[in-house]
Design a protein around this ligand. Structure first.
Ligand SMILES: [Zn+2]
Length: 346
């Protein structure tokens, strides 16, 4: 009896299996039958100055060389022309929190970053993801997983006034009493944009500390320097701060708006900001790239390399001074490509 039952059971499974395969096949056909007219197309730029586009594309490609080729294709080509590909990679998803430097941790998610800088006077958190829920269910547990206490968050730097960066700030401000920093312009923007687009109903943090261009903030043993770098938003805030990698000193340049400008005025401002940011970071000796989206500093890949790092291997976030400058020059030149696509002039 037992063997008969088994046979019948196996037969049933086979039949069910064929049924499932048939369903899968018809689903695939249904997908194939989606009208071609519904397929995404590359973004068109009817006003583009093609000669200028080609000139700056070639220039950005040359500056990027092989080492920065992925950053060049992302900023110059994929993001502006094939945004659906960006959405395919930059989706909301959980990733492992990771120690990047002796005092810097990645505690964000796949689409957008949050970084915790540990000082002798508490934690400085750069950005807070999309929402109060992400702050509570991603940032807080990630901090704990790397051995940090969220009660020690002293300051929150909002790199710019878009919801994916300030979304969790109000929650952390209210829960832990953290002070929140932004430029005056982006404080205004957060207040006025409340309820816009994909962030409908999202409450910005209560207006707190206003940071001026060139301002320094001393937090215990660590000095942060802030610069306003308009472009991505009118009051994008960029920060320079020191870290150590296994005791060796390095300097991080966290540009707050590597997503670049969206329209002609934003791109024009962004190009000027990149020129100035390159001067500032070059003089300061910045050699580490940390960005506010993993897609902008290869955060997912770098963190994987760091978790598998063996003694003697380089920290992939340390680009060196020259390559850091080249990266920013590629961003600047891609902004020129995009300005030419929109038919604008510097
Ligand atoms: Zn943004």
């Amino acid at each position: 009896m037992a063997s008969k039952h088994t046979r019948i059971g196996a037969k049933l499974i086979t039949v069910a299996g064929i049924g499932a395969l048939a369903l899968m096949a018809s689903a695939q056909e249904a997908t194939r039958r989606q009208p071609v007219s519904a397929y995404p197309t590359p973004t068109e730029f009817p006003n583009q100055d093609l000669a200028a586009v080609n000139k700056y594309l070639a220039e950005a490609r040359r500056i990027a060389g092989d080492e920065l080729f992925p950053d060049f294709i992302h900023r110059c080509i994929i993001s502006p022309r094939y945004p659906v590909r960006v959405r395919g990679i930059q989706f909301d998803g959980l990733v492992e929190p990771t120690k990047l430097f002796d005092q810097l941790y990645s505690v964000g998610q796949n689409a957008v970053s949050s970084h915790a800088l540990v000082t002798s006077a508490g934690i400085v958190l750069f950005d807070t993801l999309n929402s109060p829920e992400e702050a509570e269910k991603i940032i807080v547990p990630n901090l704990r997983r790397v051995g940090l206490d969220p009660k020690n968050i002293k300051y929150i730097v909002v790199t710019h006034g878009h919801g994916d960066h300030y979304g969790g700030a109000r929650y952390l401000q209210q829960t832990y009493g953290a002070r929140v920093l932004s430029s005056a312009i982006d404080w205004d923007m957060m207040a006025s944009e409340k309820g816009n687009g994909p962030f409908a109903g999202l409450e910005p943090p209560k207006r707190d500390m206003v940071i001026e261009d060139g301002q320094a903030l001393v937090v215990g043993d660590t000095t942060l320097r802030f610069y306003t770098t308009p472009g991505h938003t009118p009051g994008t805030l960029s920060t320079i701060f020191p870290v150590t990698d296994k005791g060796q000193p390095h300097l991080v340049g966290l540009h707050g708006g590597t997503g670049g400008g969206r329209d002609i005025p934003g791109l024009q401002a962004g190009i000027k900001s990149y020129v100035r940011w390159r001067e500032i970071t070059s003089k300061a000796g910045v050699d580490v790239l940390v960005a506010n989206h993993p897609l902008h500093d290869r955060g997912i890949e770098n963190n994987e390399l760091l978790r598998a790092r063996i003694p003697g291997q380089a920290n992939p976030y340390i680009l060196g001074r020259d390559r850091y400058q080249k990266y920013m020059q590629v961003m600047e030149t891609c902004s020129r490509v995009h300005l030419a696509r929109l038919g604008g002039k510097e």
